[in-house]
Design a protein around this ligand. Structure first.
Ligand code: PLP
Length: 261
């Protein structure tokens, strides 16, 4: 069985975070391992507390796990603090550079609660520099690149900056968080240039949902662990999220959760 590793924060509701990642991995037939970066206190509507895991314990989790169960793909989610992000960087120093790495650059929850301290941005950017794919939503893309994502040109500039400026192999800027069409922009580095593709999405009126970003990035990670090429994994990951949104269920009192089938 293939193995995918998520390095992420805890969401006790199971709608996002490490709990959702591991559920997605399993739904896609991949064994999920997990390194916890932070505890949170939250319900389906609001994050109420964040407690980062002691940074050296994050590193120890990674070292011990990687020595025993090498993954075929890795996903990073919430990193909480600069110290945690640096220890994740050190922990990943031993993995082969060709191992697929998907980064969901989690900055804040939908309710606005910060999930990464601002001084950790340079560490996150260094990690993005070794990513196979980075999957920001529009607010994250704007914060990481200073591009105005209110226009199509601005989104394209942001996607290109993540690839040419920060060094990711590819960026998928997701459009679902705004009022406009929920199209995603894919930018892939090919040789010395970048190929831009708009991927059309269909808005689904399901009300407040929790965990779409986590679900997309972990689904793409699972497909990469199974050996799919990047663009196939992205297409299948987007389809997985669309289906999970169609089946979204009122599990929590305050938000719907995606259904993994
Ligand atoms: N909790 C954790 C641990 C997360 O990683 C995230 C998102 O990445 C959230 C909560 C917030 O999820 P949402 O913004 O979908 O509410």
């Amino acid at each position: 069985m293939q193995v995918a590793l998520a390095i992420a924060g805890s969401d006790p509701t199971g709608g996002a975070g490490l709990q959702a990642d591991v559920q997605v991995f399993r739904a896609l037939g991949v064994h999920g391992t997990g390194v916890l970066t932070a505890l949170t206190v939250q319900d389906s509507g609001r994050v109420q507390q964040v407690l980062p895991v002691f940074p050296t314990v994050v590193l120890d989790q990674l070292r011990v796990l990687l020595a025993d169960i090498p993954p075929q793909a890795v996903k990073l989610g919430m990193l909480a603090t600069d110290d945690v992000a640096r220890n994740v960087e050190w922990g990943l120093a031993t993995v082969p550079p060709e191992l697929p790495l998907v980064i969901d650059p989690v900055l804040a929850a939908s309710d606005g609660t910060p999930l990464l301290e601002p001084r950790a941005i340079p560490s996150l950017e260094r990690l993005i520099g070794r990513a196979t794919l980075v999957t920001p939503n529009l607010p994250e893309a704007q914060q990481l690149t200073d591009c105005d994502v209110g226009t199509q040109e601005g989104v394209e500039a942001a996607g290109c900056a993540l690839v040419s400026g920060l060094g990711a192999r590819a960026a998928l800027v997701t459009g679902g968080h705004t009022e406009g069409p929920p199209d995603d922009l894919l930018v892939v580095r090919e040789g010395g240039s970048q190929v831009l593709t708009w991927l059309a999405g269909q808005r689904r009126e399901v009300g407040p949902v929790h965990g779409t970003g986590c679900t997309l990035s972990s689904a793409v990670t699972a497909y990469l662990a199974r050996g799919d090429d990047l663009e196939v994994a992205i297409e299948r990951g987007r389809r997985f999220v669309a289906k999970a949104l169609d089946g979204a269920a009122q599990v929590g009192k305050l938000a719907r959760f995606l259904s993994y089938g």
